[in-house]
Design a protein around this ligand. Structure first.
Ligand SMILES: [Zn+2]
Ligand SMILES: [Zn+2]
Length: 277
């Protein structure tokens, strides 16, 4: 499968010269194999995805949750306005309202001029929980993780490799650091043994102490999480809007100093990065 990062910024699009290396678009990753196209989260990076380049007539959009930085690109995705396209949207169930009615809060006036029911594409909504499902060549597992509101991470496997996507996640919540016992760690079952893990790393360890309960991880905890789960390669993502390229490059040296000799490869996720798994 091929993984393409279209947006790795957290919270709000952050464009400008100071974020041009790691990128300013919010969460969106594309996973492709043969003629199958998965869009994982629909942040502002979705504007960089065209279905034409893949010549597919079906798109599957997997939403980890409905915070605006993960759905704001939806209204600007050409596939939704193409009558010949079938769009499946998979997102976490809530106890009170369907996925359709919660997405309608954004895709309706006054926030957006077009109603979901007036979109020309064929749209199919799937409310998911801790669910195993298949899309074309992909076996997918969704599982709830710690983050405010119903939020899942995704484990996406094909016959050869495994990509795990958990962009918003605070496994250290309520504890001093990560749980020692892996079986009590949020997201562990999803991430275990992955070839590639994209994980929340919004804050430095110092910043995290001021933001406990906001739903995100420190870069340090993200590295510890990836190492505990035995992943091969980790992409540190959901960069804080205040983190300029220069800050991330500086902090990478701090991480290398704090975690010498790891077998796992890790790096800050960069918009535009493509990985063949
Ligand atoms: Zn987010
Ligand atoms: Zn969020």
């Amino acid at each position: 499968m091929k993984i393409s990062l279209k947006g790795v910024r957290g919270s709000i699009p952050t464009t400008g010269a100071e974020t041009s290396i790691y990128g300013g678009n919010t969460s969106c990753t594309v996973v492709t194999e043969d003629n199958w196209l998965l869009v994982v989260d629909a942040g502002s990076g979705l504007q960089k995805v065209s279905t034409d380049q893949f010549s597919v007539k079906r798109v599957d959009i997997l939403l980890t949750h409905l915070h605006f930085d993960h759905i704001q690109g939806l209204g600007f995705f050409p596939a939704l306005f193409d009558a010949s396209t079938e769009v499946h949207i998979w997102g976490p169930a809530s106890a009170t309202q369907s996925l359709h009615s919660r997405l309608s809060r954004y895709l309706s006036p006054p926030l957006f001029p077009v109603l979901i029911r007036d979109l020309p594409c064929a749209i199919v909504m799937h409310d998911i929980e801790n669910t195993d499902f298949e899309i074309g060549p992909f076996k997918i597992k969704s599982q709830y993780v710690i983050h405010p509101g119903p939020t899942v991470g995704f484990r996406i496997e094909n016959h050869r490799s495994t990509f795990v996507y958990i962009p918003d996640h605070e496994p250290a919540l309520g504890l001093k650091g990560l749980p020692k016992d892996k079986k009590w760690m949020s997201g562990f079952d999803l991430a275990i043994g992955a070839d590639l893990l994209l994980h929340d790393a919004q804050y430095t360890e110092e910043e995290y102490h001021q933001k406990v309960g906001w739903g995100h991880s420190s870069m340090e905890d993200a590295v510890r999480f990836g190492e505990m789960a035995g992943v091969q390669r980790l992409l540190l993502a959901h960069h804080d809007p205040t983190h300029k390229d220069s800050m991330l490059e500086e902090h990478f040296k701090v991480l290398q100093h704090k975690f010498p000799g790891l077998s796992m490869k890790y790096e800050f996720a960069k918009e535009g990065l493509e990985i063949e798994l």
